[in-house]
Each structure stands twice: as structure tokens, then as C-alpha cells.
Design a binder for this molecule. Structure first.
Ligand code: NAP
Ligand code: GDD
Length: 337
């Protein structure tokens, strides 16, 4: 029997990589998308004939229940969220509705429709916030530093609670930052690689950034979606940290990305105090020992390979834009990330 997977957030970075991965495993892939006046299927355009998209919204309980009844999935991957940390200070209530209560709506739908559905929740290293220890593992206490982190901590614990209360196969993947050429341009890595490409090709000269000292454990999104699937193939549901175990500063990323394009970052980067966050997560580094020993998971792409992959992809994209002489979208403006 062909297995069926439902992915919420299929239009996002991870949704696109996961859909491709599951198709490769022979799954029938369904994606939940919210209604919008303009479609945002850029990342999954190449998959559209191979997957089925359905309208529903994390805010709307009935739409989620109806969707589960229609599709009858074997596995549900809940990737949808308001995922940009700075926006969570500007829209804390909406972030709570999507990113926290949205998880309960997904779990309630499973409880009502079919408790045998396996559930993956996209939890986050942002929950560790002001870190209690280094590296962070499944046993490290949470100290979130943003409304987003607080909402994710709720999503994590409600997932654990439905597992314990209703015996649902619910897993929480505590994923550290993962990036790719499909990363949203408001996140720091893609903001940098997009700017490097524009500067290299002469359509821009400056890049404004915030805190260069922040440290993150950055991996490749393509590696991380495998771990999501592996969690749902185990005999027992559990929670896992997924990380590389290496950390680098934003400054390290900047240096490497500019150097890859033969540019000196100091000629182009400016610090904009408006981009400093009200409360910062200064450092994150994960211990993925459990994922390695239980799931057999490990990352394939190294930090330098990730930076190069992202710069090369943006150079190719901007080169095409320039060649077609279409106005490079937002060419000399900074995103508010
Ligand atoms: P992303 O690119 O920002 O994608 C977020 C997805 O959520 C988009 O498909 C978006 O749809 C959808 N969405 C937002 N609100 C929705 C709603 N009300 N109803 C239905 N769909 C909604 O995020 P990502 O990087 O792929 O991350 C995937 C998940 O992992 C997120 O939950 C994120 O918080 C979590 N996470 C990410 C990382 C990371 O480093 N990437 C690390 C840890 C955890 P639209 O296209 O309509 O906006
Ligand atoms: N976005 C952004 N823009 N971040 C900047 C900038 C800038 O101009 N300058 C410095 N930074 C710093 C931020 O202050 C933060 O410390 C770090 O770069 C990373 O920021 P983001 O790339 O926005 O990611 P994040 O760590 O806040 O959140 C991401 O990772 C989480 C997992 O830890 C998101 O993908 C979350 O959804 C995810 O849960």
C-alpha cells in the first residue's frame, strides 16, 4: 500500500525539501496551503504535478479536521508556523495562534479522526534561548527569548502531552538552524548570500546587518528533513535534537560568503542598530547524539559547503535576472530581517 503523508507548511523551505524526499520514498504527498490572493508556490513549482495541494489553515480547526478525513494520511508533518523570530515581537498574538495553538489544532484533528496517524512537530532550538548548558540536548531546560520561542515551547509540550495522554505516535524534532538556497531572504544566511551575489554582480553595494556576534549551529535543510522522516519510522515515538554539533558566528558566515565571491566583507557590511533584537539568543550548539545512535542520522553537508552552495545558487539566480534585464526585485533595499 502506498503510504500517504500530509505536510503543513509545504510552501516553505522545509516543506519543499520534505515533499521531494517523501516522493523519492514512494509516498503519496499531500500539502496543506492557506488561501492567499497570490499563490506562493515558488519552492514547489517543480513538484506541483506530483503532489496534491489542499486549502486549510492552522487557525481553522474545522478545515484541518475535514482535511484529515479526506486524505486519511498515515503520517502528518506539521511544519507550518509563523517562523521568523523578529516578527514574533511585532505580532506576538498571531505567532501564538499559528505556532502554539496551531499545534493543538493539528493534534485535536488526529485525536478525533484517527489516533493511529503518526505526527511530527517542527520544534526549534530557539526554545533553548538563554542556554542552560552547552551543547544542548533533549534534556536541556528551555529558556525561550522571543514570543516565537515561547510559542514553540508550547508546541513541543503539547506534542509530548498528546503522546502521553492519548497514546498518539507524536514526535517533536528539536531542529537547530538549517539553511539552503530555498531559505527565506529575511533569515540572516540567505540575506547575506543574496546580498553577496547582488554586490558581486554590481546591482547593489551595501548590506545592513544586526548582531554579528550571535552564534548558531547551522546545517543543510536537505539533511534535516531526512531526520523528520526517520523519527516517524521508529517503533516508539520520541523527541530528538537534530544539529551538526558545530557553531559559527554570523561574522564567520559573512566572511566566508564574501570570500567565496572574492569580496572583502568589510567594504560592504554596515551595522544597523534597528536589526538588534529586543532579546537575543546569543549562542546555540546542539548535541545530536541521540538522533545519531537511535535514528542513525548524521548530516552530510559541512558549514563551508553550505555557505558555498548558497552563494553559488544566488549568483546563478541574480546572473539570470541581470541577463534578462528584469529589475532585480528589491535590488538596493534591505529586507527588514
Ligand atoms: P518557512 O520557510 O517560513 O515556512 C513556513 C510555512 O508555514 C509556509 O509554508 C507558510 O505558508 C506556512 N504557514 C504559516 N502560517 C500558516 C497558517 N496559518 N496556515 C497554514 N500554513 C501556514 O519555515 P521553514 O524554515 O520551512 O521551517 C519549517 C518549520 O520548522 C517551521 O515551523 C519553523 O518554525 C520550524 N523550524 C525551522 C528551523 C529552520 O532553521 N529552518 C529550525 C527549527 C524549527 P505561506 O507560504 O502561505 O506563508
Ligand atoms: N534575520 C536576521 N537579519 N538576523 C540577523 C541579522 C539580520 O540582518 N543580523 C544579525 N542577525 C542574527 C540574529 O540576531 C540571530 O542571532 C541570528 O542572526 C540568526 O537569525 P535568523 O537567521 O533570523 O534565525 P533565528 O536563529 O532567529 O531563527 C531561525 O532558526 C530557529 C532555530 O533556532 C528560524 O528558522 C526559526 O524559525 C528557527 O526555529
Amino acid at each position: 500500500m502506498t503510504r500517504k503523508a500530509l505536510i503543513t507548511g509545504i510552501t516553505g523551505q522545509d516543506g519543499a525539501y520534505l515533499a521531494e524526499f517523501l516522493l523519492g520514498k514512494g509516498y503519496e504527498v499531500h500539502g496543506m496551503v492557506r488561501r492567499s490572493s497570490t499563490e506562493s508556490f515558488e519552492r514547489i513549482g517543480h513538484l506541483q504535478d506530483l503532489i496534491s495541494l489542499h486549502q486549510a489553515d492552522l487557525l481553522d480547526q474545522l478545515s484541518i479536521i475535514t482535511l484529515m478525513q479526506e486524505i486519511e494520511p498515515d503520517e502528518v508533518y506539521n511544519l507550518a508556523a509563523q517562523s521568523f523570530v523578529p516578527t514574533s515581537w511585532l505580532q506576538p498574538l498571531l505567532t501564538g495562534e499559528f505556532t502554539a495553538l496551531g499545534v493543538t489544532r493539528m493534534l485535536e484533528a488526529i485525536r478525533l479522526v484517527n489516533r493511529r496517524i503518526r505526527f511530527y512537530q517542527a520544534s526549534s532550538s530557539e526554545m533553548f534561548g538563554n542556554v542552560a548548558e552547552e551543547p544542548q540536548s533533549e534534556n536541556t531546560p528551555f529558556y525561550p527569548r522571543s514570543p516565537y520561542g515561547v510559542a514553540k515551547a508550547y508546541g513541543h509540550f503539547i506534542t509530548v502531552n498528546y503522546r502521553e495522554s492519548y497514546d498518539i505516535f507524536a514526535c517533536s524534532g528539536i531542529l537547530f538552524n538549517h539553511e539552503s538556497p530555498l531559505r527565506g531572504k529575511e533569515f540572516v544566511t540567505r540575506k547575506i548570500t543574496d546580498a553577496v551575489a547582488r554586490i558581486k554582480l554590481g546591482v547593489r553595494s551595501k548590506l545592513k546587518l544586526g548582531n554579528l556576534d550571535a552564534m548558531r549551529d547551522w546545517g543543510f535543510a536537505g539533511d534535516y528533513v531526512k531526520a523528520m522522516w526517520m523519527m516517524l519510522q521508529q517503533d516508539k515515538p520520541d523527541d530528538y535534537v537534530v544539529a551538526t554539533g558545530q557553531k559559527h558566528s554570523v561574522r564567520d558566515f559573512v566572511e566566508l560568503a564574501f570570500a567565496h565571491a572574492d569580496l572583502d566583507w568589510q567594504d560592504h557590511v554596515e551595522i544597523d542598530p534597528k536589526l538588534i533584537r529586543p532579546a537575543e539568543v546569543n549562542t546555540l550548539r546542539g548535541n545530536a547524539g541521540k538522533a545519531r545512535s537511535v535514528l542513525g542520522w548524521q548530516p552530510d553537508v559541512s558549514f563551508p559547503q553550505l555557505v558555498q552552495m548558497m552563494v553559488d545558487a544566488d549568483l546563478e539566480r541574480i546572473r539570470l535576472e541581470v541577463a534578462e534585464q528584469t529589475p532585480a526585485c528589491g535590488s538596493d533595499t534591505d529586507s527588514d530581517g
